[in-house]
Design a protein around this ligand. Structure first.
Ligand code: LLP
Length: 459
């Protein structure tokens, strides 16, 4: 099936609701953190911190992360998926640093990691290994060794060959809890590159060709592995509830078959993440409370019909927890008018945010730090990198007198920007600053030319 998104606009009532005490400016609702407020002279404050001052203090490009917004989103998820019946696991690939590890731990979430690097950072920052889930379609020996050594709570098996490799690493006398990643045959997601619910892509084990059932047999034959449940992740940037409900139905069908064939009722079901957010005004977002209610209803109904106990549910949101909490701040370096277009070039681009180039996504930048009475002009905001495809925003309206030295802020910048940042053109990756209660705190420092040169040990 394909997704026909049920459209909720970017600021729907009851869906991760906006400013608790009323944002004074409609243009800052929806896409921006709830704490965003207009300031004097065109400034915007996030978490009580002026973006203009933050840009002066930390330089640009700069990524600002609103700690309160991340925590509020964690709490919304905990309320929708209560701890008595579900685990909410933050997908670290969206963005990870030590402070985020602490926020997520304090909010009672688990953590999904997909490499020894993410795992070691999390455990080094005090995250309990038993609350960690390890993913990966091709886990390296080091990934598996590190996970077993640290005692991660669950390892999600993604290929048959991984089963014996993993079992061989588990010490005699202990059992590693694992799940099997199943491809349920549901197509959903914002772009072909992030659709993982059907058989024509690299993740998981197919339900339709029997690979999932075969992997389950193999796992059950390994005394050092304990099969605790099934996993699926149908895709990312999904804005409709329906595909999740369909996936649950198929997964319950498989749970029933496992019970028939092996006589065991698996105690857990993990339905992955992929919950969509808005990047531009009016774009749809996934309604999280509705998702929770409809998934729960389907799970309870399906299990009752099949005579199965209802398994404990896990969800793995990444983007929806951290994306809207981030704001990228750039300085304009050049403005160029060609015959038909006006290009506004900023001091970052595809090295700190590859998403426009990879998925054709467009953003909604805003001038900050200066009042302008000039009429708006339609412009194209581009990065500084050596590719014509380095475009952050197309056909957006900015004040017609936008000029070098101005600051542009881009909301919804917290997920899959810096975690996918590159060293392209040796520009260096931007710093990350957390904001809250009027205070800015450096979390990750800017990558310097010196950092980059130190890695280059040849010649
Ligand atoms: N669980 C698993 C097994 C995943 O593979 C992913 C994302 C998630 C959870 C979290 O998905 P989220 O809730 O953040 O959508 N770079 C792309 C997104 C790739 C997602 C990869 N897997 C982007 O920038 O849109």
């Amino acid at each position: 099936m394909t997704t026909t998104p049920v459209v909720h606009t970017s600021a729907p009532a009851g869906v991760l609701p906006g400013a608790p005490d009323g944002a004074a400016d409609d243009s800052l609702s929806g896409l921006w953190p709830a704490s965003a407020r207009p300031g004097p002279e065109g400034d915007v404050a996030v978490g009580g911190v002026s973006l203009t001052e933050a840009a002066d203090r930390f330089g640009t490009p700069l990524y600002v992360l609103d700690e309160g917004e991340v925590r509020r989103r964690c709490r919304t998820y905990r309320a929708a998926f209560p701890p008595a019946e579900a685990d909410v696991v933050y997908a670290a690939k969206a963005f990870l640093c030590r402070a985020v590890v602490r926020w997520v731990r304090e909010e009672g979430l688990g953590l999904d990691v997909c490499s020894a690097g993410e795992l070691l950072l999390a455990v080094g920052a005090g995250f309990p290994a038993e609350r960690i889930v390890l993913h990966g379609n091709a886990k390296s020996p080091e990934d598996l060794r590190t996970a077993v050594r640290l005692g991660v709570g669950r390892i999600v098996v993604d290929s048959t060959s991984e089963i014996a490799r993993l079992a061989a690493l588990v010490p005699l006398g202990s059992r590693q809890p694992i799940m099997v990643r199943v491809v349920p045959g549901i197509s959903a997601g914002g772009h072909a590159a992030v659709r993982t619910g059907t058989d024509d892509q690299k993740f998981g084990l197919s339900l339709t060709d029997g690979s999932a059932q075969h992997a389950i047999d193999r796992v059950l034959g390994q005394p050092r592995l304990e099969l605790v449940g099934l996993h699926c992740h149908i895709g990312s940037q999904i804005t409709a509830v329906k595909p999740y409900v369909a996936a649950v139905r198929r997964m319950v069908g498989l749970l029933a078959r496992v019970r028939e064939q092996h006589g065991i009722a698996l105690p857990q079901l993990d339905i992955g993440g992929g919950h969509g957010i808005a990047y531009r005004p009016g774009e749809p977002v996934l309604d999280v409370p509705a998702l929770a209610a409809r998934v729960r209803a389907e799970l309870v109904d399906g299990c009752t019909r099949a005579g199965l106990p209802v398994p404990r549910l896990t969800v793995e949101p990444g983007r929806a927890l951290i994306g809207p909490a981030g704001v990228a701040v750039y300085r304009v370096l050049a403005v160029k008018r060609t015959g038909t277009r006006t290009f506004v070039a900023v001091d970052g681009g595809m090295s700190d945010n590859p998403r426009p180039a990879l998925y054709g996504v467009r953003y909604a930048p805003r001038l900050v730090g200066r009042d302008s009475t000039a009429p708006d002009r339609v412009v194209t905001v581009v990065g500084r990198h050596c590719e014509a495809g380095d475009v952050l925003a197309d056909g957006v309206e900015l004040p017609g007198d936008v000029r070098p030295g101005d600051l542009l802020a881009v909301p919804a910048a917290g997920a899959y920007h810096l975690s996918m940042a590159s060293g392209y053109n040796l520009v260096g990756r931007p710093p990350v600053v957390s904001v809250g209660d009027g205070t800015a705190r450096l979390l990750v420092r800017r990558e310097s030319l010196d950092d980059m040169q130190r890695r280059d040990v040849g010649a």
